[in-house]
Each structure stands twice: as structure tokens, then as C-alpha cells.
Design a protein around this ligand. Structure first.
Ligand code: NAP
Length: 247
């Protein structure tokens, strides 16, 4: 019997959940619990951490999971690393459902950063107006450059005071479009964009908008995760579920 654990959080995870539900698959969707109102899924859903790789290994055995699909955000490196470790420990096959990283194209002015620290360093010393499009984690590191005004786009209202002195908070959930992001950046007189290289369509509008406005983008590269088979679309994941050893 096949029983799938789908580690979610991305639009790809939601698309796969829909296909699995339509196929009548026995599957559990897992959220980290980072947002107050996660998108509801057509699969039984659990929310919250497993307790590291060992906790996940215990969960896989207790729940009789036969396949794990890691469709977490490309920056959720801890979860992805734990999933590889747990699956190896209990002999459950795993694949990642991952969108390709964005690539700079004609007209883009990107500065590559390998870490949040490098992104902070890449910002100018003179006061700027920065669209800090990196979600709610890692904001504190930008306090090293308090001279800038930061536009933050968050899914939920912040629960605690923000660690940055000059901010504007925009509450919104993607997908976003180019016209809207262009207007947002113009309205806030943005001079720099900071983004994580998440890939995918839903969050790419800010990059097209930045190109159109001639703004520099400080692009933070993806963290490293252990090797695992990577699938690029729902059909590939479904084929892998049918024949995981063919990966
Ligand atoms: P993480 O740092 O890889 O995970 C930290 C812990 O959260 C994991 O060890 C695990 O806890 C738990 N966890 C993560 N994903 C889970 C899931 N799907 N189901 C159950 N537990 C899960 O990941 P993160 O804290 O979620 O995010 C890290 C980075 O990804 C951040 O940079 C964030 O901005 C980005 N992110 C972006 C989005 C987005 O939609 N833009 C969504 C998510 C994350 P245990 O060890 O206890 O099992």
C-alpha cells in the first residue's frame, strides 16, 4: 500500500496535493506552521515540526509512510536535510519537487549574494529605499544597515515589533503580477530590491518590475541541501511515486 507524506508550503505542493486528491491517493500534507492561515489543502493536513530527523523517522514509521515528496520552499534547507536523513534511516524513498532557480536575463541588474550577510553587505552605505522581499525570517540581520527604509511584504501582520527602525509593511499573499509590483515599487520610491532565489512564477513579478524600472536586485542564492532525486512537475512526481526506484 502506498502512503505519501507531502512536505508542503509551495504552490508546487498545492498543485501536487490537488492531483493526489483527485487520484484518490492516500497522502498526508505537512505544513511547518509559519503562517496564521495556511492555504487549505484537499488532503488530510498536519501542522508543525516533527522534532528533527529522528522525529521525522519515527513519524514515517508510525504512519506507515511509503514515499516522501519534499515540496518545501527552496530556502527550507533544514527541513530538506532532515527529510533526506530520516528517509535514509528508515529506508523510505524520497524525491524533491523543486522549481528551477531564476536566472538573470537581458536588462536585469542583479548582484548575486551567497547569504543574507552578503545581501546586507551589498546594500549601499547611503540611505536607500529597499524592497526587502524575503518574508519575515532573517529581517534582524538587516538591522546592520538601519539607515535604509525597508518595504516588507508579509503574509501576516507582524506579531512582535520589527527589528528595523524604518519600515513600511504591506500585507499580501502571492501570486503577484508585474503591474501591481511595478506600482508598489513606484509608490514607495524603491531604489533596491532584495530577493531570495525561490524560482517559480508567483513571486517572479518583482524581478520583471525591477527590470522595467531599472532597479538593482540583490539576489540571494539557495542554501545547499544533500543530494536527492529532483522532479520538476506534477507528472514527474506522479511517475516517481509509481516507480520510485527508477529515479
Ligand atoms: P526550515 O528552516 O528548513 O525548517 C525549520 C524547521 O521547521 C524544520 O526543521 C521542521 O521542524 C519545521 N518544518 C519546516 N517545514 C516543515 C513542513 N513542511 N512540515 C513540518 N515541519 C516543517 O524551514 P522554514 O523555517 O519553514 O523556512 C526556512 C526558509 O524558507 C526561510 O528563509 C523562509 O523565508 C523560507 N520560506 C518561504 C516560504 C514562502 O512561501 N515564501 C515558505 C516557507 C519557507 P522539525 O525539525 O521540528 O521537524
Amino acid at each position: 500500500m502506498t502512503r505519501i507524506l507531502l512536505l508542503g508550503g509551495t504552490t508546487e505542493a498545492s498543485a501536487l496535493a490537488k492531483t493526489l486528491a483527485e487520484a484518490g491517493a492516500d497522502a498526508v500534507f505537512s505544513y511547518a506552521g509559519r503562517t496564521a492561515k495556511p492555504v487549505s489543502q484537499p488532503l488530510p493536513t498536519r501542522i508543525g515540526g516533527f522534532g528533527g530527523a529522528d522525529g521525522l523517522a519515527d513519524y514515517l514509521q508510525a504512519e506507515g509512510i511509503t514515499h516522501v515528496v519534499d515540496a518545501t520552499h527552496p530556502f527550507a534547507a533544514q527541513m530538506s536535510t532532515n527529510a533526506v536523513g530520516a528517509c535514509a534511516l528508515v529506508g523510505v524513498p524520497l524525491c524533491a519537487f523543486e522549481r528551477p532557480a531564476w536566472q538573470a536575463g537581458e536588462g536585469d541588474n542583479w548582484v548575486q549574494a551567497d547569504s543574507i550577510e552578503q545581501a546586507v553587505e551589498a546594500l549601499p552605505e547611503t540611505p536607500a529605499r529597499v524592497f526587502l522581499a524575503i518574508g519575515k525570517q532573517n529581517l534582524a540581520q538587516f538591522a546592520a544597515k538601519p539607515q535604509h527604509h525597508y518595504l516588507l511584504r508579509l503574509v501576516d501582520e507582524p506579531e512582535a515589533p520589527l527589528p528595523l527602525p524604518h519600515t513600511t509593511v504591506e500585507i499580501a499573499r502571492g501570486p503577484f503580477d508585474v503591474a501591481g509590483d511595478t506600482a508598489l515599487m513606484q509608490c514607495h520610491a524603491i531604489t533596491h530590491v532584495v530577493a531570495k532565489n525561490a524560482g517559480g512564477a508567483g513571486a517572479a513579478a518583482k524581478l520583471t518590475a525591477a527590470r522595467g524600472l531599472g532597479l538593482p536586485v540583490i539576489m540571494i542564492g539557495r542554501p545547499k541541501v544533500p543530494e536527492r532525486p529532483i522532479k520538476g512537475n506534477v507528472a514527474e512526481v506522479m511517475a516517481w511515486i509509481a516507480h520510485p526506484s527508477a529515479a
